[in-house]
Design a protein around this ligand. Structure first.
Ligand SMILES: [Zn+2]
Length: 270
């Protein structure tokens, strides 16, 4: 664990810009997920001026090396160089929307100033794959592993109510308890049961969707990208994973909403 007072006066790291906002006339506030310090809120002075040396290197979804100085408030970016601009990804709306889903999930789940190298590499790998043109399957696998690496791995083997191994075809998913519920518990408890106690709906979970989620859990994306997922299964994964994430965040993931609106407008949202 790293906290701000342990950082030296000036330091270097690398990171991915998750979002930026204006600050004063010429500055930008940046949220950056870094390799060595986890999430940092930084200020880039003068970045909105036309001759800024920082500007091109600190756009959202750019992977950059960073020179930083400890500030009285947020740390200050004193230098930045692009390591990977993800330019293909950032050149179309669908790519941007998918990239921003990744950024928003990291922003929502990663704690401030705590390095998590595995999570950092998961993010880099996801942006690289999106940059090469991969689509929603990458997003679902990425989202699953963000949950795993931040302590919210869904329980997919045992009923979260009674602990019994779930049998094929007799399970539901409850976002409130973060896992599968067997048919007996679902029946016994409804209404006023796990559903209500958990304060969240029970979602149907097909055998195929459960298999895919277990495959996500047990395999790297390079294995996952070979499987084929039809539209119905894709919507089910969106409902189950999205439902769990929304429950954890107690709000919608804004860019995911944007992405689903966008995919309805496009001929094929691969
Ligand atoms: Zn049970």
């Amino acid at each position: 664990m790293t906290s701000s007072y342990e950082k030296p006066r000036t330091f270097k790291t690398e990171g991915v810009v998750l979002r930026q906002s204006s600050s004063g006339e010429a500055d930008r506030m940046l949220t950056v997920y870094t390799r060595d310090f986890g999430m940092l809120r930084l200020v880039a002075r003068g970045m909105r001026r036309p001759n800024s040396r920082l500007a091109g290197h600190l756009e959202p979804l750019v992977h950059a090396s960073l020179q930083l100085a400890r500030g009285r408030g947020p740390d200050v970016v004193t230098g930045a160089d692009t390591l990977h601009g993800h330019t293909a990804l950032r050149s179309n709306l669908e790519g941007i929307a998918r990239g921003l889903v990744c950024a928003e999930l990291i922003d929502a789940f990663a704690p401030e100033e705590q390095a998590n190298p595995e999570l950092f590499h998961l993010l880099l790998h996801a942006l690289d794959m999106l940059n090469e043109g991969d689509g929603d399957l990458l997003l679902w696998h990425f989202a699953f592993h963000v949950l795993v690496l931040t302590g919210y791995m869904p329980e997919l083997q045992q009923c979260v109510m009674c602990g019994r191994q779930v049998e094929p075809d007799e399970h539901l998913f409850t976002p409130g308890l973060g896992g599968v519920v067997c048919s007996r518990c679902a029946r016994d408890g409804d209404p006023g049961g796990p559903n209500e106690r958990a304060g969240a709906p029970l979602l149907p979970l097909s055998v195929n969707a459960l298999k895919v989620l277990r495959f996500f859990r047990d395999h790297p994306y390079d294995d996952v990208r070979r499987i084929r997922i039809d539209g119905a299964l894709s919507r089910e994964l969106e409902r189950v994973e999205g439902g769990y994430i929304r429950y954890l965040l107690e709000r919608e993931v804004r860019s995911a909403e944007f992405l689903s609106r966008l995919s309805r407008l496009l001929p094929s949202g691969g």
